[in-house]
Design a protein around this ligand. Structure first.
Ligand SMILES: Cc1ncc(COP(=O)(O)O)c(C=O)c1O
Length: 369
């Protein structure tokens, strides 16, 4: 069945900007330079400026961004990196690509982000870094995280894959830790039409190393000085991202309008997400909670309303990790059967919001009878 209202709709934004995007693509085609050219360099600077950070290094995906950021920090086999289990598996896959071990910490029940109170008990002499994930677009509580990191001489890598444009105490996420990783997966608040990512930092040393890491360890072409990878952001993606970056703020504003409507109308029925004081939520996803989540999701499907679960299984309970020691992550485990991401994208029309809301209301009405 074709959904009337999908949970995400990257094509809708492309349609809106088709003229500008086609121009951007054609200009790359005419340039004759398709990898690491003017578009990538300009986008890197524009995105760094947008976030109040000095340098940007475009790479091939968000996973690559986390991996290379960790490599730039010197994370290696035998090290431990503290992060959440309630995230995309990419966060931990990237940690493991360095040879380091992810150490899972529980989340706060209100924002679903890393609980700073639970970090200290997990720090060992192998711990080298903390990766807070600004999950769903809500900033993690960065002040206490930075304080703990400073006290224990740990690096902080912000996973901003879901939080383009989010603010923590007036600062863009990604500008607070030592280094930050973004994904441009098509459905993200800033999405390409394929894979892409960027690493942001204000540290020139990390930036220099990142540029080498993304291209075979080269400083000078064809001459490898360190172990490197092939992980470059191509010119067409960069050109499209430059167009879409101009609309990121207005799109995030629209996401907020939608969130406000959802909150007002849905609060009597389900638990709705909060936005903490001093934070600007990027509302990449709008995640409601209810114990009857599975039935609600099935019902919405029959109404043509899409929804997804981010994520159905926390990482530490997935088959790859299930044989490891039993972990104490009660909040992470509690929410997994209750969370539901309902349609959220800037092009969602008011009439469609009404359909989503009335379908949810109908589900609860049916339940009463
Ligand atoms: C929190 C988080 N981290 C990392 C990633 C990885 O990004 P990508 O899919 O671009 O590799 C994603 C994207 O799915 C994500 O949501």
């Amino acid at each position: 069945m074709k959904l009337k209202i999908p949970s995400a709709n990257p094509k809708a934004e492309i349609e809106e900007l088709k003229v500008e995007i086609n121009q951007a693509i054609n200009s790359v085609l005419d340039s004759g330079k398709y990898i690491l050219g003017k578009e990538c360099e300009t986008f890197e600077q524009e995105f760094a400026d947008y976030n109040g950070v000095k340098y940007g290094c475009g790479v091939s995906s968000g996973t690559a961004a986390i991996h290379l950021a960790l490599k730039a920090l010197g994370i290696k086999t035998g090290d431990e990196v503290i992060t959440v289990s309630h995230t995309a598996v990419a966060t931990t896959a990237a940690i493991e690509m360095t040879g380091a071990k992810p150490i899972f910490v529980d989340i706060s029940p209100d924002t679903f982000t890393l609980d700073p109170n639970k970090i200290s008990e997990l720090i060992s002499n192998k711990t080298k870094a903390i990766i807070p994930v600004h999950i769903y677009g809500h900033p993690a509580d960065m002040d206490p995280i930075m304080e703990i990191a400073k006290h224990n001489k740990l690096y902080v890598l912000e996973d901003c894959a879901q939080a383009h444009g989010a603010l923590y105490k007036g600062k863009k996420v990604g500008s607070i830790g030592d280094i930050a990783a973004y994904s441009f997966y098509p459905t993200k608040n800033l999405g390409a039409i394929g894979d892409g990512g960027i690493i942001l930092t204000s540290n020139f040393g990390y930036f220099e190393k990142l540029k080498m890491l993304r291209e075979y360890g080269w400083k000078n072409r064809y001459i490898s000085e360190i172990h490197g990878f092939n992980s470059r952001l191509d010119e067409i993606q960069a050109a499209i991202l430059r167009v879409k970056l101009r609309y990121l703020d207005s799109n995030n504003f629209r996401r907020h309008e939608i969130a406000k409507k959802y909150k007002k109308l849905l609060s009597p029925f389900v638990l709705t997400p909060i936005e903490k004081q001093n934070c600007f939520h990027a509302f990449h996803l709008y995640v409601i909670q209810h114990p009857k989540r599975d039935l609600l999701q099935k019902f919405l499907f029959t109404k043509g309303v899409g929804s997804l679960v981010h994520y159905p299984e926390p990482i530490h309970l997935q088959p790859l990790y299930s044989s490891s020691e039993r972990l104490d992550l009660p909040i992470t485990e509690k929410i997994k059967s209750q969370i539901l991401s309902i349609p959220m994208y800037p092009q969602l029309k008011d009439i469609e919001i009404e359909v989503v809301v009335s379908s949810i209301m109908e589900f609860f009405d049916d339940f009463k009878t």
